[in-house]
Design a protein around this ligand. Structure first.
Ligand SMILES: [Zn+2]
Length: 42
């Protein structure tokens, strides 16, 4: 079962340059690398 907190949005850190982007960001604001979401359900 997947645990999904209602309003917990953490900043997404770019794996390429380390820039912290907004939770809703799709791509890094600095280098443009596509960001991965942290709410992956295993
Ligand atoms: Zn980046």
């Amino acid at each position: 079962m997947c645990f999904r907190p209602p309003k917990v949005e953490k900043p997404i850190k770019c794996e390429a340059c380390g820039t912290v982007n907004l939770p809703k960001s799709v791509k890094c604001k600095k280098c443009g690398t596509e960001l991965k979401k942290n709410n992956v359900c295993y």
